[in-house]
Design a protein around this ligand. Structure first.
Ligand code: AR6
Length: 173
């Protein structure tokens, strides 16, 4: 699998699957979630409502992932994952790592070969950027998957630079 980095909007990516940094309700929010539902249209929310009714009446737990249609996005599927809210007293790194591992597992089930990821938990959920980048890149780098391209789509120059330097360090220790 090749890991690539791009500065841009995740909702504009032409890939098989786009990963959404959702919340447990699966019913929408701000940040990545807002951008995906705005650009993807009502079909995504309709699928999410069905998932809540059928499989996740209490919501999708943090660290898990589930797929829906991508609606009007230039992708085939959205893989919704719920990152942990950052805590200074409770180490939730394993939950954040699980978001990436589970998203790739769902991508494999779908047959997706290219997947775009945001920096899960690094926005509204408050995870420090450098640590979020380390967890994201090490987890995806170690995963066994049929996915050929894992593309991290970063929303600011600063976040892009953090991911680039972290990736450099991991590939040339
Ligand atoms: N494309 C790529 N990255 C983006 C975009 C975009 N369009 N918009 C924001 N980012 P966040 P979280 C960056 O807050 O921390 C929602 O309300 C952002 O700058 O989207 O997991 C959900 O419903 C940051 O670096 O996700 C949940 O309630 C990263 O993406 C909650 O926010 C993640 O920021 C989830 O919070």
């Amino acid at each position: 699998m090749s890991i690539t980095l791009e500065l841009g909007d995740i909702a504009e990516q032409r890939v098989d699957a786009v990963v959404n940094a959702a919340n447990s309700s699966l019913l929408g929010g701000g940040g990545v979630d807002g951008a995906i539902h705005r650009r993807g249209g009502p079909a995504i929310l309709a699928d999410c409502r069905r998932l809540r009714a059928d499989r996740y009446p209490d919501g999708l737990p943090a660290g898990r992932a589930v797929a829906t249609t991508a609606g009007d996005l230039p992708a085939r599927w959205v893989i919704h994952t719920v990152g942990p809210v950052f805590s200074r007293t409770d180490d939730r790194s394993a939950v954040l790592a699980s978001c990436y591992a589970e998203s790739l597992r769902v991508a494999d089930e779908l047959g997706a070969r290219s997947v775009a990821f945001p920096a899960v938990s690094a926005g509204i959920y408050g995870w420090p950027a450098a640590d979020a980048a380390r967890i994201a890149l090490t987890t995806v780098g170690r995963a066994t998957s049929q996915v050929r391209e894992a593309r991290f789509v970063l929303f600011s120059e600063q976040m892009y630079e953090i991911f680039r330097s972290t990736l450099d360090r991991l590939t040339h220790p």
